[in-house]
Design a protein. Sequence first.
Lengths: 82, 380
Amino acid sequence: MDSSQVNNRKTRIKTFLLRYIRNYALEDDSDIFGGGLVNSLFAMQLITFLEKEFAITIENRDLKLDNFRTVNAMADLIERKS
Amino acid sequence: MGIQLSEHQKKDQAAFREFVNKEIIPHANKYDSEERLPDELLVKVARQGYSGAILPEQFGGRAMDYITYGLLNEELGRGCASVRGFMMMQNMVALTLLKWGSEEQKERWLGKIASGQIIAAFALTEPEIGSDAMHIETTFTDADNETYMVNGHKKWITLGQIADLFLVFGKRRGKLSAVLMEKDTPGLTITPLTGMLGLRASMLAELHFDNSPVTKENLVGRVGFGFVPVGITALNLGRYSIAWGCLGIGQACLDACIDHTSTRKQFGDYLKNHQLIQKMIADMTVNLKAGRLLSYHAGHMQEMGDQDAIMEIMVAKYFTSKMAFKIASDAVQIHGASGCSHDSAVQRHLRDAKIMEIIEGTSQIHQIKIADYAYREYAG
Ligand SMILES: Cc1cc2nc3c(=O)[nH]c(=O)nc-3n(C[C@H](O)[C@H](O)[C@H](O)COP(=O)(O)OP(=O)(O)OC[C@H]3O[C@@H](n4cnc5c(N)ncnc54)[C@H](O)[C@@H]3O)c2cc1C
């Protein structure tokens, strides 16, 4: 996987997150669950977004907070599932 | 964007309609007064493939798209909200297992739910906790390495009186989780709840868990993921089903009013020629059309896997449940005393419509979430 593709994925994830977490200096390694930034409906929307945007299926075994905690973690998850 | 049903969807809709007209409408008031759905009816519903409406064929389902599934809810809702609720519950639990269950859970249960061999129920609400679902008090503790002990109390559980399998929500070391529990589990006591305002044939029950053992392979999803995504997957489908079911309630009431006002005369003229009656008919028609558009839109987004579908479904459910209550209330008004009689359908629809503003998230909880969505969507 070349780095421009990884960056492109991260940008798409960030664009989605920033629609919700406005005015927040979101870094690739910011913990989005740590700071109480997201509520339950948004967490569900995030799963739906990742599935559709990156044509992956999130399954039972992927349900670990560490897979979704940061932009980097989500990009890694997508990489593993693509 | 145009909204047009495909030939296939139209054919399915006609079949749903025929089933409801023949098998449900003639008996719906009896289900309501007897507070139960007969076994023969549940077998017929399952035989039509409605219990596994949205499951893939591989599990014996009908693999309906979301619009077709919406049409099914509308038609069943036009007949009887409790029958629709039965179908909805089966699909809520089935979809949740399909998406988040283990392979073993899918193999073991999905075919049985789809065929009607077993009846599934969804057990989240407790006597002390309703809207604030994150704070449920049921616990899953360790009995040993392989088994959880479930302790707690659930209330208002649809089909609780007859369900074989419960999707039970509780806390595992403080983290919200979900397990499957069979009805004959030791320590599980099921107490019927009767005399509800509406959805009277839904055979509600209270569940008490007193050291009820559940082996750990019955965990659905993972510890800490019981609400998101497990519970929300079910609730999202539930809200979508209710939105369409409310269209059915509204349509049934409007149809009844068109009929009644065309045959009943007062002051020497048919009711339909009195302008205050026309106002109510016009409002019913407009609101039904608006609700239908919201429901189609939500269904389309859900079908596309759009991340905002969950919010659009809340918008549709909020609108149509209020709409159904208002239409049913006006329908009773238009029918006068005959609309208040136990053998009229509109009084049943009115009672059922009120419930729709409470279940799967009350109107107030919907308002809070929709306002939040608005600030996200429209803030500069
Ligand atoms: C017929 C029927 C069938 C049901 N079936 C099931 C089932 O199968 N499974 C299941 O788990 N549950 C079921 N329920 C329970 C249902 O989901 C709950 O009734 C619902 O979630 C609301 O909870 P509550 O009744 O405890 O009301 P509460 O949460 O106590 O709310 C009471 C009132 O306060 C309002 N309110 C609460 N919080 C706020 C707030 N923050 N701001 C403003 N207003 C607020 C509510 O909107 C409501 O008007 C059923 C209920 C009924 C009536």
